[in-house]
Design a protein around this ligand. Sequence first.
Ligand code: SAH
Ligand code: SF4
Ligand code: F3S
Length: 467
Amino acid sequence: MQNQNILSFNQMEEKQYLLKVKDFFNNKPHTYFVETYGCQMNVRDSQTLKGMFEEMGYTESADRLSADAVIFNTCCVREGAEDRLLGNLGKLKSEKKKRPDMLVMICGCMMQEKGSLENIKKRFPFVDVVLGTHNTHQLPLLMFNALTKKEKQYSLFEKESSIVEDMPVLREKDVFAFINIMYGCNNFCSYCIVPYVRGRERSRKSEDIIKEAEHLALRGVKEITLLGQNVNSYGKNTLDITFPDLLRKLNQIDGLERIRFMTSHPKDLSDDLIKAMAECEKVCKYIHLPVQSGSNRILEKMNRKYSREDYLKIVEKLKKAMPDIAITTDIIVGFPGETDEDFQFTYDLYKEVCFNSAFTFIYSKRIGTPAAKMDGQVDSEKIKERMARLIALSEECSLKSNEIYLNKTYPVLVEGTAKKDETLLCGKTDHGRTVVFNGSLDKIGKIVNVKITKIKLNVLVGELEEE
Ligand code: SAH
Ligand code: SF4
Ligand code: F3S
């Protein structure tokens, strides 16, 4: 056990550079654009980047090409995420030539990959600033140096150091908020790059998390989502409270209505967590519980540290404690050495659990991970076939698992208008299911009662109940 080293941004020298950059522009209007790839961690980190830009006097630009400062917050979990960045960087090249004062910057997970910086320097020499996942607080300092010295700034911390609290943050939505509860990952699943680019597991202090949640509730936030690569091991590296106890404390905050969390690793999901979820009325009856594979042989090669039987047991306990719980998952198809039989185990497990929905990924080889050196790359035709079967099954299960919500009335937190039909409202039930229904715009941001009248693929259709 160790105590986590915590620093406050307010007391760091780097903070002064927020003002120095602002002064550099001397009241001349200047705009920023943040492009975010990857998971919720990056979405949350981008809110910090935006918070810093705002304090440096920048305003948000509507598009990438006209901004005075552009930053790409990158992801490298699969190859596709990297390809998108490279394409978009290429498109900025001619704009940067026309406007040399424009700052082009990259940060995030991909920059922590071995050889990534060299690659950027070689292929995109016009990039002004590069920073990684452990030194976001250096952004204003690096920008100031780039602007005043007209020199490229590359700064990567190889290893995680302290947690930096009190960084500026711009949260766009008034009703929802992400709260980081921990950073990094210790699990080293054999296919995954995240532990290498995000460093070891570090938990924030529970009192800091609770203070942040209280502050958000006072500002009118109704729903918080607690973020971590493996929230179930929260507090394990410090002498702090457990994750279920953190939920119990957050459940007492006045004004907060809903508490969500992600992601849960099955190996660390305790009976106490199930108990806390069931007993805390604000904790949503929803869990994202990545299974990755249903084959014990593959799970072992993935270093997941649970068996299909363990997983099914957890699902059984969750459903017993919360009969209408929604369960979603992540699945990787085509892990090295995956046979037809292995895949069939995944297929059967999916059918047995009947997940509400799933993210299905084709295995992507990540250099530096143990799986990259494993034999038995799966043929791409085979992968396509397996994927098609899995997607057909997931659609069937999505319809079937949502049937329990039919003809019942649920509180729905209204998020906005529906993407496909702007005359309808859309929001989520406690179980994280999306509902579309008729209603006036003044309902946005409120919790209203909606009766579910129809089940469609990936969405429930409902009718607003009178107050
Ligand atoms: N910490 C989270 C998820 C992080 S990454 C967890 O453990 O669940 C999100 C998902 O990306 C993973 O659940 C996995 O399904 C997928 N993923 C990670 N590495 C991958 C790779 N190399 N190829 C394909 N999918 C991958
Ligand atoms: Fe990657 Fe596994 Fe950590 Fe999730 S738990 S981030 S899949 S190593
Ligand atoms: Fe991608 Fe980094 Fe998240 S690699 S999935 S942005 S932790």
